[in-house]
Design a protein around this ligand. Structure first.
Ligand code: GLC
Length: 501
């Protein structure tokens, strides 16, 4: 062999060795990657397993809900379900008349409304409203700061009355929808039990919320009377009944979740007030605080709860409602980033920020039907600064959205079944074929279509075809404010007392 040939052979051997080394590196990399992938998939599978809501589990949850309802009605503190007496013993009839205001506070926004009620079957006339977001610092500040901000906004809204107030010599009247747990002491007074949904204003707890609002109204030069204080579920029930006499229950699936329903007064042992003439009383369940050993809870839920402003409370709410679904998803993604390098070698820093992933964004990803799952990619980029995700990874994210949202939706139908059972409306024989209408409101139900579809189909599945036909879910659009105005009207200070015969 000449020198040239020897050199060629040496080169050839070296090239072959290099190629072999390169191939080995690719294989190693693939194996490493598939190791990561396998780890990530193990996290997904474990989540799916722990969040499982087979029908038998849902039936147990529904039964536990019914049992807790009985316990909460029996005695004060008898259950995690507060079963609060609302003092609403007469729901709207259609006779309500006049110009009324409402104030709806309970989430990240509040609304002020002006409603003209036609009276005697004429329905609701002109409605005007304004929605204002609550600056986050006011959600954890002082009671005066929050109520002054609201009173100021209300004052400006009142000033936009076009034709002036039609009842000279009278104060304007207001229905106050305050969507937190309140111990009512009358239809127009009650003390705050605790905050939920990210509010935490210590000096308001135990205070009469109408008193606090009234003081703020006076400080801001407004002579208004609060004639009804209601929870959003109670307001939704009232407006639902105004339009449809078969409404028996209202459920909110929004930032928080809760339900109210019409109970027989003699089925409320803890009620020692005068027996209502209607024989009925609306109960605000505060079901967000429901807990049962049958609830499918995961490590992510437990950590979210421990780190929340209200640990140990509102567990049902924390696995169902809009404030929390996106946050649960973020926690799962963080674990996948940390333990399985799901987004590459480093953990995306933004993924560590609590509540950065909001439920509306999760919903947008979940509903992405584009071929490349473009919305998922864009959301990851815009919110978490995660780029270049593979299609496979995006598909996994959709699966996670599905697991978390489906659990919440199915559990909320189990809650509704619990109420129907308590009212004996869950079977044809007991219900006598009567229609039962459930008024449903809240942004989660309204905008997260896969959530609402799953909730409705699960309820049908739980009830069975025959009875499902007599249970109707009716969307109520922002009924809680109108409901408060209707109740302010039926409890107006200026209503003439019926003449004595
Ligand atoms: C929270 C509140 C409750 C309210 C619900 C829906 O659970 O405690 O009062 O009805 O959110 O807004």
């Amino acid at each position: 062999m000449g020198k040239k040939e020897v050199a060629l052979v040496v080169c050839g051997v070296a090239a072959a060795a290099l190629a072999a080394a390169g191939a080995a590196a690719v294989v190693r990399r693939q194996m490493w990657k598939s190791g990561r992938w396998a780890k990530a998939m193990a996290i997904v599978n474990e989540l799916e397993d722990k969040c499982g809501t087979p029908i038998t589990r849902l039936r147990h949850v529904a039964e536990a809900m019914t049992v807790e309802m009985h316990a909460g009605l029996a005695s004060e503190g008898g259950s995690k379900l507060k079963m609060l007496v609302s003092y609403v013993d007469n729901l709207p009839t259609g006779d309500e008349e006049g110009l009324f205001y409402a104030l709806d506070l309970g989430g990240t926004n509040f609304r002020v409304l002006r409603v003209h009620l036609g009276g005697q079957g004429k329905g609701v006339g002109k409605q005007e409203f304004q929605e204002v977001s609550i600056p986050p610092h006011l959600m954890t500040g002082t009671s005066d700061a929050l109520f002054d901000y609201i009173a100021e906004t209300l004052g400006k809204f009142v000033a936009t009355e076009e034709e002036g107030y039609p009842f000279p010599g009278r104060d304007r009247e207001l229905g106050f929808t305050f969507s937190f747990p309140v111990n009512q002491t009358s239809i127009a007074s009650g003390t705050l039990i605790r905050w939920t949904k990210g509010f935490s204003i210590e000096d308001a707890i135990g205070e009469d919320v109408v008193g606090e609002l009234t003081k703020a109204l006076r400080r801001n030069g407004l002579d208004m009377q609060v004639t009804a204080l209601v929870n959003d579920t109670v307001g939704t029930l009232a407006s639902g009944r105004y339009y449809n006499p078969d409404v028996i229950c209202a459920v909110i699936l929004g930032t928080g979740t809760n339900a109210a329903y019409v109970e027989r007064a003699n089925a409320i042992p803890k009620w020692h007030g005068p027996p209502p003439s209607s024989g009925e009383m609306v109960i605000n369940m505060e079901w967000g605080n429901f807990w049962s050993s049958h609830l499918p809870l995961t490590e992510y839920d437990l950590a979210l709860d421990t780190e929340s402003l209200n640990p140990g409370e509102q567990i049902f709410e924390k696995i169902i409602s809009g404030m929390y679904l996106g946050e649960i998803l973020r926690r799962v993604l963080l674990r996948m980033a940390e333990d399985a390098a799901f987004f590459g070698d480093t953990v995306p820093p933004k993924l560590k920020i609590p509540f950065i992933l909001r439920t509306p964004d999760m919903s947008a990803m979940h509903h992405d039907e584009s071929r490349d799952l473009e919305v998922v990619g864009k959301k990851l980029q815009a919110i978490l600064e995660i780029s270049n995700t593979s299609l496979e990874a995006r598909k996994v994210i959709i699966k996670l959205c599905d697991i978390v949202a489906t659990r919440g939706a199915r559990l909320s139908s189990a809650g509704i079944l619990g109420i129907l059972k308590k009212l004996e409306r869950d079977n044809i024989t007991a219900s006598g074929g009567q229609k039962s209408v459930i008024a449903l409101d809240g942004g989660l139900f309204e905008h997260y279509m896969k959530f609402s579809a799953s909730m409705e189909s699960t309820l049908k599945e739980l009830l069975g075809e025959e009875i499902a036909n007599s249970i109707v879910i009716e969307r109520s659009n922002d009924g809680s404010g109108i409901g408060a105005a209707l109740l302010a009207a039926s409890h107006s200070t200026y209503l003439q007392a019926p003449e004595e015969s």
